[in-house]
Design a protein around this ligand. Structure first.
Ligand SMILES: Nc1nc2c(ncn2[C@@H]2O[C@H](COP(=O)(O)OP(=O)(O)OP(=O)(O)O)[C@@H](O)[C@H]2O)c(=O)[nH]1
Length: 453
């Protein structure tokens, strides 16, 4: 049966039937619930203590206040049955009162435990608990107890006890409520503080992130990009591409120094490249001059000897015929004598030009010395070489040679043709044979072609 129903049942009985045993039984039933209630309250406060550790002490004190109220109520209830039945307290009841007083004193001591978190504005409320409950309330209980021990009749009934004792417990509930209110205020302020700290942390995090992003961008722009540019410049320089300057020379830091050094390296490389080009062109020019006849611009004898020997070597390998045409301007001494040495030079220049223009690519013409020239046709039989000589002879004879003074000259030339096939052929032998044929052409009246052999 629930305690409430038991109380109602007892109240419904005639006064005579409300024996001390039944009364005590009902009260015990009621107080059997106290530990359950206290456990539940302790459970709630423990949860709150875990969630808000900073207000744990205040919550513990609130829990003590709850227990204090429950034990104070129980103390008063011990007196209910004896007062109702006008019987003295039993030894057990005396002992229980003693135990409950001990527990109440213990709780009072725990609540008064010094601590820096004792809220100062609760001191008057705690003081009221001391004065009203532990003073007036317990004095009332002690008076009833003494009357019981002395065998005196009680000077109050249960109703009067309730009227006088219950108000003395009120400060305990006030203290409990104040403690809970204080805990709530503290929790609220902790919550606000945590919220503020969270905002500060979020804003600080965002600021740090922003600063890092900015730093990253600055590092990228000021360091990474120039380094990449420098790397590309080094690769270009390494590949011999000097077309672009690395730039960034206006920077006053180490990267600027590096870019300036690269720029200097590029300029030096360009200068070196130009010097190399000039040197190469000088070498080419010297080589060309070494191979070219200074007057006519065609190959000189030395170059002809080199080219002729190469041609002869190839012809020997391919077993082809190699021919040589040697020709000499007729009566050239009289040109010099009649028109001057310079006019003679002009004639040499013009004759060389006429022959060069008449030949195809791969056919060699060179000045062999004085007024003597040599031609080496490509892929040509002996007969074809003789025909070529004849054609060139006609060209020279036909060509009007206009001198610097406007006078027009005509000259003729005598040709000697020689050819060779096979591995035994030598350039000197070939030239010698052609020279003999040329000599014969001169003897036979000049302006003609003679063939060797
Ligand atoms: N203007 C000029 N004359 C040169 C040059 N080289 C040689 N001569 C002249 O060429 C002439 C050659 O004369 P010769 O060897 O007697 O022969 P030629 O007068 O041509 O008579 P033939 O060869 O027998 O027809 C000489 O007077 C040389 O001075 C030159 O580079 N320029």
């Amino acid at each position: 049966m629930l305690p409430g129903a038991a109380v109602d049942q007892l109240a419904g009985l005639p006064p005579a039937a409300r024996t001390p045993e039944r009364l005590k039984q009902v009260i015990d039933q009621m107080f059997a619930l106290v530990p359950l209630a206290l456990d539940a309250a302790a459970g709630y406060t423990l949860d709150a203590e875990r969630a808000y550790p900073r207000i744990a002490r205040t919550l513990i004190k609130a829990r003590y206040a709850v227990e204090l109220r429950e034990y104070a109520g129980r103390l008063g209830s011990v007196l209910t049955a004896p007062l109702a039945t006008r019987q003295p307290l039993t030894q057990d009841e005396h002992a229980l009162l003693q135990t409950l007083r001990g527990r109440l004193a213990q709780l009072r001591q725990q609540m008064q435990a010094p601590g820096e978190d004792n809220p100062p504005d609760l001191a008057p409320v705690a003081q009221r608990v001391d004065t009203i409950y532990f003073g007036d309330g317990l004095r009332l209980v002690a008076a009833i107890e003494q009357a019981s021990r002395a065998g005196r009749p009680y000077d109050m009934d249960t109703g009067q006890l309730a009227q006088r004792y219950v108000p003395t417990m009120a400060p305990i509930l006030t203290l409990r409520d104040e403690l809970l209110k204080e805990a709530q205020t503290q929790a609220h302020s902790d919550h606000e503080l945590a919220r503020r700290e969270l905002w500060i942390a979020v804003l600080s995090g965002a600021a740090i992130l922003l600063a890092l992003t900015l730093l990253l961008l600055i590092v990228r722009r000021r360091v990474v990009v120039p380094l990449l540019r420098a790397t590309r410049a080094v690769i270009r320089l390494g590949n011999g591409d000097y077309s672009r300057d690395p730039g960034g020379s206006q920077r006053a830091d180490e990267i600027g120094d590096m870019l300036r050094a690269l720029s200097t390296l590029r300029n030096n490389s360009i200068e070196r490249q130009q010097l190399e080009l000039e040197r190469q062109s000088l070498i080419d020019e010297l080589r060309s001059r070494a191979n070219t006849d200074y007057l006519t611009g065609i190959l000189n004898r030395r170059a002809f000897t080199t080219a002729g020997n190469q041609r002869l070597h190839r012809a020997q390998q391919s077993k082809e015929t190699l021919a040589v045409l040697l020709f000499d301007i007729d009566h050239f001494k009289s040109v010099n004598d009649s028109h001057g040495h310079e006019a003679g030079d002009q004639v040499l220049i013009r004759v060389a030009a006429v022959i060069r223009d008449a030949l195809r690519d791969g056919e060699i013409v060179a000045r062999h010395g004085g007024e003597e020239f040599v031609v080496m046709p490509a892929h040509c039989s002996h007969e074809q070489a003789c025909a070529l000589a004849e054609r060139l002879r006609e060209l020279i004879a036909r060509e009007p040679l206009t001198m610097a003074d406007g006078q027009v000259l005509r000259v003729t030339a005598s040709f000697g043709v020689a050819s060779a096939t096979g591995p035994a052929a030598a350039l000197d032998d070939l030239l010698h044979a052609a020279d003999l044929a040329l000599y014969r052409a001169k003897r036979k009246g000049r302006n003609r072609v003679e063939s060797a052999g």
